[in-house]
Design a protein around this ligand. Sequence first.
Ligand code: PEP
Ligand code: MG
Length: 770
Amino acid sequence: MAAESAPTGQRWTTSIDHLGPADAPSVGGKAANLGELAGARFPVPPAFAVSERAYLAAMDAAGIRKDLADRGAACRSADDTLLTRESRALQTLVREVTLPDDLRAQICRAYRDLGPDVPVAVRSSAPAEDAADTSFAGIHESYTDVVGEDALIDAVRNCWASLWTPRALTYRILRGYEEEPSIAVVVQRMVRSDCSGVVFTADPRTGARDRIVIEAALGLGEVVVGGQVEPDTYVVSKDDFTLIDKHIGNQSFAIRPGRDGDQRVNLTSAEGTRQVLDTAQVQEIAKLAAAVEEHYGAPQDLEFAIEDRHLWLVQTRPITTLGATDTGAAGDETRDTAEPLVQGLGAGPGTATGTARVLSTLEDSGRLQDGDILVAPMTRPDWLPVLRRAAAIVTDGGGVTCHAAIVGRELGRPVVVGTHDATNVIEDGSRITVDGSSGTVFAGTVTPAAKPSVRQRPAQLQVAAETTATTLYVNLATPDAAESVAATDVDGVGLLRAEFMITGALGGAHPAAMIAAGRRKEYVDDMTAGVEHIAAAFAPRPVVYRAVDLRSNEFAALEGGDVEPDEDNPMIGYRGCFRYVREPELFSLDLDVLHRVRQRLPNVHLMIPFVRTRWELAECLDQLDHHPLGADRGMHRWIMAEVPSVAYWIPAYAQLGIDGVSIGSNDLTQLTLGVDRDSGVCKDLFDTMDPAVLDAIDRIIDRAHDCGLTTSLCGQAVSTDSRLAEHLVRRGITSVSVTADSAARTRRIIAAAERRILLDHARASARTKE
Ligand code: PEP
Ligand code: MG
C-alpha cells in the first residue's frame, strides 16, 4: 500500500517523561499513568508512547480508515463465520499498511533514544485501559523482547491490528461501544526481572495505614498478582521503615522472560523457600512506595520489579474500598406463631408467598404461572425454564447440594429441599409461604418479623470490601445473573456448571440427540453464545468452564434422553471424564464451544469433571490435544477433585499436564462418607466438616501444592460453613468458589482468617525472640 506523508509538524510520539493524566485520551490510560510516575521522578523504565492519532493518521494515509470503521460496524450484526472472516481481512489490511515516512521516522528516532538496539516491550494502550474503566485490560496484544527498528514497526502494526481481532470486535459489540475504535502504543525498555511483586501502602488485611506490606517472588510478578504461588510477605513500619514481620513463602515455579516469550521454570524446594528480598531491598521498596503514596495523597497498590539490583516501578493504582454487597436474606425470620406445613432443608435463603403448584412431571409445567411456588418430587436440569418462572421451590427429595438447590439459589429463589412429602401434604392451588432459610413451608401468608436487611441499612454501616490473598470466585450455572454478579467484588467464576446451560440454551434436548439429528452446529452456536455472555461479563477475570458432567438420571428425561443407561447408582455411574472416553463426540462439543469462545474471550478455561483414575484422564487429555483447542497453551487445564482416588493420583495427573484442581466437596463428601448427597433420608450423615472429609481435602491440597498445581474448592459447604473457609485458608488453598449470595460474607471470613494467621505467626516469632 502506498505511503503518503502525514501532515507536517505533527508529533506522533512522546516520551513518557512528558505525559500525564490529561494525556489519557490521546495516549491511553497505561501511557498516561506511566507518564505521571516518570514526571514525578519515580524509577519507571524509559518509554515513549505512539499516540492514537498516529494510528488514525496511518489508516487515513493508507486510505483504509473508513473501510475499517464501516466493516467493523457491520460486524455487529454478522454471524460468527462472517465476523471471523471480516476480522481476518481487517487485521491483514492493518498489518500491510506502510507507515507515513514522518511517522516511521519519529518512532525510530524515539526508539534510538532508548539506546542502541535495546530490547523493548511494545504494548497496546487502549483509551480506557488502566483508567477508572479497566474493561479493555487483556483484550489487545502486547509484544515483549522486540529488537531493531523493523521488528518494532511490525510490533506497532500488530498492536494496531489487534483492534480488529475477533476477541476485540466481539468485546466492543457485547459492551455496546459504537464510536470509531483507535489505539495508542507504549514502547518501553524491557525489564528482565530477577524478582518482583506488589506493595500495599496500607495493610490490605487490616486497613492499618501505618504499615506497608510487600509480597515478592522470583521472576515476573504475574505469579504474585495472579496468586499462583505463595510469595514472601514483608510487613514494614511506615514510621521508620523497620521490618516488623516477614513470612517466607513457597514458590514452586517462576516465570522468566526469554527470547521466545515468557518461560515457566520449575524451582527446587530449596530455591522456592529461600528469602527473596534482603532487608535493604525491603526498605528501599517501602520508601519508594511511601513516596508514591505521598505523591498521590492516597494509599497505593504498586507493582515493582528488580533487575540487577535496580528497583523499577511498573505500575501503581489507588487501593479502593467499595461498599460490600450482601443479600441479607439469610437472616429473614418467620412469625413464631405460624404452624409449619412441612419441614425440610433450607437450601436457598429468603421468603416468598404464592400459589402452590404441585407438579409431578415436567409435562404439567404449563400449569405454573409466573410467581407460583413450584412443589415437585425433585427437579432436573430440564426444569430450568420452570425454575425461572417460580417464586420459590419446594421438593420432596434432595439435599443442599442437589442441582435443584444449586440453581434455585443462583436464581435468587427461596428453596426448601428434602421435605419427604411436600407433594402429598401441600394442596395444589393453595396459598403458602416458603422460608428458604429455616427450610419451613407455612400455610397462608406468613410475614417475616421486621428486621432490616443489610441492603436497607444506612450506608455508613456498610463494611468496606476486603482485599484477600486467597482468590474468591463464584459458582454459576446459568447466564441469568452474570452481569449483576460480575459487578460485585469477586475475582471470577471458579465453577461454571454447564449442565443447566445445555437445557437453558437448547430447550431441553439431549446433546446426543442433537448430534444424531444433524443439529450439532446449533448446539455449539447456542452454548457458545451462553458461555460468551458470561465470559464477557467477567472479563478479564477468569471463568472456569466445567465440561458437562452428564449424569444418566438427570439427562434421561431430556428430549432424546432414552440413550441414557438405566442405572441403579447414577452418582457413581456413567458420568464425568469416563463418559468422554466412551463418547468422544460429546466431549468434542465442549471443546468446540471453548475453542470458539477463547478466540475472542481468552479468560475462559477448561475443567474436567469427576476424574476417577489415570488412564481415563490420559485419554480425555489426548482428545483435547488432538483438537485445535489443544494447541491453545494459554488455557488452564483443571480437573475436579471429587473422588477420593484423586489424592493418590495427583502426581500422575500433574505429569499429564493439568495445572489446577478444584475440590468438589459435594461429591467428595458423598464418596468419602458413603452417603447419597441427594438423599433427604440420609441428610444427617452428609457433613463436609467430618474429619475424614477434611483429611481427604487436606491431602488433596498438600499433594497438589507439592506438584505445583493451584488448588480451589467449589463445593457447597464453603458457602455455608465459615469454619471450612478458615480451614482452607490455613491449609494454603489458592482460591475458593462460592455461591454469589455468600461471596461478600466469605470474603470477610477469608480476610479475617488471613489476619489471624499473620497474627499467630507474629506472636510465635515474638515468643522465639524473647
Ligand atoms: C461438587 O461435587 O462439589 C461439585 C461442585 O460439583 P456438582 O455439585 O455439580 O456435582
Ligand atoms: Mg460434583
